[in-house]
Design a protein around this ligand. Structure first.
Ligand code: UDP
Ligand code: MG
Length: 325
């Protein structure tokens, strides 16, 4: 029988937390009194995550395990979880217990009221650096000012979605995935529950600055063309100012004897303009790179092993390579 609830847990090098996470999730889901599955997606961990998870999945039939062949990234791991999840309601939660599993019960209550997306809004974030909090705050506000899709601020991927929404998301084939944006984009009846984000239970963040920047750029480029337009705004502004400056120069030349040696101003203007041009080329490059990614038609992820599924069924319907079709 198919489970009623699926809980997706993406994991990257989470050996220190995964046992505890599993136990807490199990307790919460046992309490909810309906059938469930825990879909753990191991995103190419290089530590003992896979080993520990194999042990857990052997002992508990609720546990499904999907091992990637390498690290494909958090958003892709969530996507894979959605491909494999069978429940009528699908929950995505981080592996590090920053999202308290108990909140899932509140989400389920909302779902039973008829909501199709229940996202969790962070009231507070404990145990995260000032830098992370401030950059996150700025980013979410910047993103919402740039896009016409209303993406709720201060929410992560911790959310519940209905089977219908999950199926729609599975149909969106884009490679540079910004899952929380896509969930907003698809619409449906959405609501939220509020929660306090806890400290990471153990281990380090798996989102170093580099991944955060990449993630932020995916969010912006997937949902806004504004950065491309900035190029033309700046272009207009600069041409206009240069025009005025030209008049000034001509005026000086014709009506005054004030001849400028000119080296500093020429160098200054050059540096400034070259800098701006390169920056704008970079913006265009970000988009072109993503267009290239989309056009390559590679599968989003490669699964090296699954546990907890009858093999035949996987072979028939859930090959990772099907995703790209
Ligand atoms: N994660 C992942 N692949 C990655 C990076 C992170 O699956 O390449 C998982 C990670 O194991 C965790 C979740 O994504 O379950 C969120 O990561 P993390 O807690 O490190 O991010 P933070 O909370 O610091 O933003
Ligand atoms: Mg975390």
């Amino acid at each position: 029988m198919k489970a009623r609830y699926s809980v997706i847990v993406p994991m990257f090098n989470e050996e220190e937390v995964i046992q505890v996470t599993y136990e807490r999730l199990k307790k919460v889901m046992d309490d909810c009194g309906d059938s469930y599955e825990l879909v753990f997606v191991n995103d190419g961990s290089r530590d003992r995550t896979a080993e520990i998870m194999r042990g857990i999945s052997n002992a508990d039939e609720h546990v499904k395990l999907i091992n990637f062949s390498r690290n494909f990234g958090h958003q892709v791991a969530i996507t894979a979880g959605m491909d494999y999840a069978e429940g009528q309601a699908v929950v995505v939660i981080d592996a590090d217990l920053q999202d308290p599993p108990e909140v899932i019960l509140q989400m389920i209550a909302k779902w039973k009221e008829g909501y199709e997306v229940v996202y969790a809004k962070r009231l507070k974030r404990h145990g995260e650096t000032f830098f992370k909090k401030i950059t996150a705050k700025i980013f979410y506000r910047l993103l919402s000012s740039m896009t016409s899709v209303e993406i709720p601020t201060d929410t992560g991927d911790f959310r519940l979605i209905d089977r219908k929404v999950c199926d729609v998301l599975r149909g969106l084939k884009e490679k540079n995935r910004y899952v929380r944006g896509l969930v907003s984009w698809v619409g449906f009846r959405q609501t939220m529950v509020e929660y306090v984000r806890e400290e990471r239970y153990a281990g380090e963040t798996k989102y170093p600055l580099k991944k955060m920047i990449r993630f932020a750029l995916d969010g912006i480029t997937s949902f806004s063309h504004k950065p491309l337009k900035i190029a033309s705004y700046i272009g207009f502004f600069l041409s206009f100012s240069s025009f005025i400056y030209l008049f000034l120069v001509l005026f000086q030349k014709v009506f005054t004897s004030w001849t400028v040696p000119g080296w500093a101003s020429i160098v200054g203007v050059n540096l400034l303009f070259n800098g701006i041009v390169l920056m704008l080329l970079g913006v265009i490059g970000e988009y072109i790179g993503r267009i290239y990614d989309e056009s390559k038609d590679r599968p989003l992820y490669i699964v090296s092993e699954t546990r907890g599924y009858p093999d035949a069924e996987i072979e028939d319907t859930r090959k990772a390579s099907d995703y790209a079709k």
